[in-house]
Design a protein around this ligand. Sequence first.
Ligand code: ASP
Length: 282
Amino acid sequence: MVIHGGVGSLEGDPQRRITVHETLTLFLMESYPILCDYDAWTAAVHCTRLLEDDPNFNAGTGSKLQKDGQVRMSASLMDGRKNSFSAVINIENVRNPIEIAEKLSHEKHKVIAGDEANEYARKKGVKYFDPITPQRRREYEEKSTGQSGTVGVVALDKAGNIVAATSTGGMGYELPGRVSDSATVAGNYATKKAGLSCTGIGEHIVDMGVAVRVVSQVENGMPLNETVKKILKEAAQFRYKLGLVALDYLGNIEIGKTIDELFYAKHDSKSVTTFYSCQAFD
Ligand code: ASP
């Protein structure tokens, strides 16, 4: 199982690096038993919910504000075995956008956006929730986009199923209604062979169709590490800014980025490794 809390640079803030490392480790350690006892879907949704509830990340509580002062969140889920993608785009005033993506996975029409997404959530009994934190309000007033912090989870269960989940509050101070990569197949994709969650500048990720392209190449027989290397090389040529976490059906995990730092944590069934340190657990 591999998770991320976005890309960014925390060089000037060593304490925040430690906090993010500890938080990612904690959430991964809490979600891993769910992966073992249940399945990749349950674990991915659970872990994404934990990340959304943590105001340090830019998803759910602590999402960034768009230029008009409103928070609009996007989240997606893909079940590799069912080959089924569901997503919510620019939803407002819910606590966990990933839960809406999950509800949509049972519908005929699996991707909805904007006002209709808000209405869908209310009809499903999802309570009104204000995700704006004082910190994000301050960043908005300073017209700062702040640190990144999109979240993502990719998990492989013992039945061999791969699930990818991604959730974001966007870039911050963007054009109201902008659609990022996170709730598209460019930012989040999985099949029986591989799964991927991206973070970084959504326009760059969409331009390259990162997630769906990497997974297709694995489907065509290319090893995951080579496909990731290839897409990152191409992204670097365009000076595109992105990061990704990926895994394949054999349990190989790949982490990739073209900028600064990617805040990730991975559990390879023996040990947990994060962007900050490597620590083994029994
Ligand atoms: N990809 C997200 C977006 O473009 C932001 C991020 O991952 O930091 O909205």
